[in-house]
Write a protein that binds this ligand. Structure first.
Ligand SMILES: CC(C)(COP(=O)(O)OP(=O)(O)OC[C@H]1O[C@@H](n2cnc3c(N)ncnc32)[C@H](O)[C@@H]1OP(=O)(O)O)[C@@H](O)C(=O)NCCC(=O)NCCS
Length: 162
């Protein structure tokens, strides 16, 4: 696990686009190019990659949850593992590392909306200690079909105590 670097952008775009193609990870349907990924670095929030045998096989990142200052300690997040590396613990390691990095920059919560039929993502978040807050029904359409989402959250640092 290490921080993402700008030169990782093409591989990160490739892994993200696999998630888009699989149609279980996100409501996004337009593939991203490396320039889109390069813009993610401007957010200056935790952005981690997993390497195996010198190649990037996954990434996780925090993006802003809200532009309201009261929520500046809350981060939205995503985690994506290359198809060939899924199911071998990379996603879990990425989430653990991202949570540590987020707490280190004084974020007090990570949260995400997961498509309710994304069993792998629900499982990896559960394994990493995330709580399932509830289901939002018909939160968006993917290829014209209504999808429910599950909100998950993990408290960090002081917020996680007591
Ligand atoms: C979701 C994703 C990140 C999980 O990463 P991964 O590296 O495959 O998951 P891991 O191998 O770390 O598995 C972690 C836990 O989830 C479980 N799990 C993984 N895939 C699963 C599946 N398809 N069904 C049920 N459980 C699954 C594992 O058994 C493990 O549980 P355990 O710790 O209790 O044994 C990965 O499958 C992926 O990139 N999918 C496409 C993109 C995506 O959906 N991203 C999430 C967007 S919110």
């Amino acid at each position: 696990m290490r921080s993402a670097r700008p030169e990782d952008a093409p591989r990160i775009a490739e892994i993200y686009n696999q998630g888009i193609e699989d149609r279980v990870a996100t409501f996004e349907t337009q593939p991203r190019d490396p320039a889109d990924v390069a813009a993610w670095f401007d957010e200056e929030l935790p952005f981690i990659v997993a390497e195996r045998d010198g190649a990037v096989v996954g990434f996780a990142r925090v993006s802003p949850y809200s532009d309201r200052c009261v929520y500046e300690g809350v981060g939205d997040h995503g985690v994506y593992v290359a198809r060939e590396a899924r199911g071998s613990g990379v996603g879990r390691d990425l989430l653990d590392t991202l949570a540590f990095a987020a707490a280190s920059v004084r974020l007090y919560k990570l949260t995400a909306r997961i498509l309710a039929d994304n069993a792998a993502s629900l499982a990896v978040h559960r394994a990493a200690g995330f709580r399932e807050v509830g289901v939002q029904r018909r939160h968006g359409r993917l290829d014209g079909e209504w999808k429910d989402v599950v909100i998950v959250e993990l408290l960090l640092g002081e917020a996680a105590e007591g």
